[in-house]
Design a protein around this ligand. Structure first.
Ligand SMILES: Cc1ncc(COP(=O)(O)O)c(C=O)c1O
Length: 383
């Protein structure tokens, strides 16, 4: 087959999708492969969208999002982080994924070099590769007490002509998280070198011992070359809605409006008003969800402790367990056979790059009872 765009040749199909396609929607399967909460979007958010649709809110909307949502997002961020963003720093996008792509379209020319840490959610580097970027990969280190990133190695990888750093903290799939001090060091480095920083913070609120994970949002000032990616998917259980946002320096907002015009043009108005309800009234839901995830994580730790073949560096945030199973060299095959024999769907570590091979990812954003059931079935193959 001739591909119309040369950069597409380097792309891999998503191994998570490939595995899920084997049994998605089948009765009896416990799906822990995708990164999404098991509960539907809270009712107070759904109701707002329903009324909005009934009122006829079905028309085209402004490229950067409706002013009320942009204002609500900036207030949400400022209240939480003590930052000073205005509505003009916010661009509403049709998902976090769309925000990732728009950030790339704004910054990346073919041949540009981006540096990121791995293993990583594959869409992050892949979107940049579609645009013709070269992505340099710096491995995180898996240790018994969690994942770490050697910042010197990260900075060395920027040496030969890198244009941007792509950071995802808290990270999918590892649950690795930068500290505030590390973020400040990265920001200082980017400032000194004139590098762009794309910070994917979609898991910023999925954290168990504080209100939010360390964020670049409370460190940057207007004019910093930083683009922050966010999403309604995870914190407010809105994965199917496709709603996210970018926080950008003001001078780039018109560029993002143009890029949005030439891709999706806008997001449905009813979805956007639902987003306002989420950021204005979602704190209780976030708190309760995190308590539930924490209980699931504790259950995982206690059950995995009894399995000698499992190496499970504890996640600091997000809702994934990324663990290695001794003796597993082909994670796709293992996940596939495990699905067939236990009817539990795990994501193969290889989906997150060669650095993830030998690992499996389990999304624990599910009821502890369901997780207990899944573990019951998994234990014979993991033991
Ligand atoms: C690190 C990361 N960024 C962005 C996204 C995109 O989320 P969405 O497109 O659902 O908003 C995901 C989803 O899994 C993710 O894991």
């Amino acid at each position: 087959m001739t591909l119309t765009r040369s950069s597409l040749g380097a792309l891999q199909e998503s191994l998570i999708r490939k595995l899920a396609n084997q049994a998605m929607g089948q009765a009896g399967v416990v799906p822990l492969w995708f990164g999404e909460p098991d509960r539907p979007t809270p009712e107070f958010i759904r109701e707002v969208a329903k009324s909005s649709l009934d009122e006829g809110n079905t028309f085209y909307q402004p490229n950067a999002g409706i002013p009320a949502l942009r204002q609500a997002i900036s207030s949400y961020m400022n209240t939480l982080y003590g930052s000073r963003f205005g509505a003009e720093n916010i661009v509403v996008t049709g998902s976090g994924m769309a925000a990732v792509m728009l950030a790339g379209q704004c910054l990346v020319s073919p041949g540009d070099v981006l540096v990121t840490h791995v293993p990583t959610w594959p869409n992050l580097p892949s979107a940049q590769q579609v645009l013709g970027a070269e992505v340099r990969r710096v491995p995180l280190e898996a240790k018994a007490d969690g994942w770490t990133l050697d910042l010197d190695r990260l900075f060395e990888a920027c040496a030969r002509g890198a244009k941007a750093l792509l950071i995802n903290s808290p990270s999918n799939p590892t649950g690795w998280m930068l500290s505030d001090e590390e973020q400040q060091t990265i920001l200082d480095f980017c400032r000194k070198r004139g590098l762009w920083l794309i910070a994917d913070e979609v898991y910023n609120r999925i954290v168990f011992d504080r209100p939010y994970a360390p964020t670049f949002a409370d460190k940057i000032v207007e004019g910093d070359r930083v683009i922050i990616i966010n999403s309604f998917s995870k914190s407010w259980a809105m994965t199917g809605w496709r709603l996210g946002w970018l926080t950008v320096p003001k001078h780039l907002t018109p560029t993002f409006e143009m890029l949005t015009e030439y891709s999706t043009s806008c997001v449905l108005g009813a979805t956007q008003v639902a987003g306002i309800a989420a950021v204005e009234r979602g704190e209780t839901f976030i708190r309760e969800s995190n308590e539930r995830y924490r209980a699931s994580l504790e259950l995982l730790h206690s059950r995995f402790a009894a399995l000698p073949r499992i190496f499970f560096p504890p996640p600091r945030a997000a809702f994934y367990a990324f663990f290695a199973v001794e003796g597993v060299a082909d994670s796709f095959r293992f996940a596939s056979e495990t699905l067939a024999s236990t009817r539990v769907g795990l994501a193969p570590g290889a989906a997150f790059g060669p650095e993830g091979e030998g690992f499996l990812r389990l999304c624990f954003a599910v009821e502890p009872d369901l997780l207990a059931e899944a573990l019951e079935r998994l234990e014979p193959v993991l033991f």
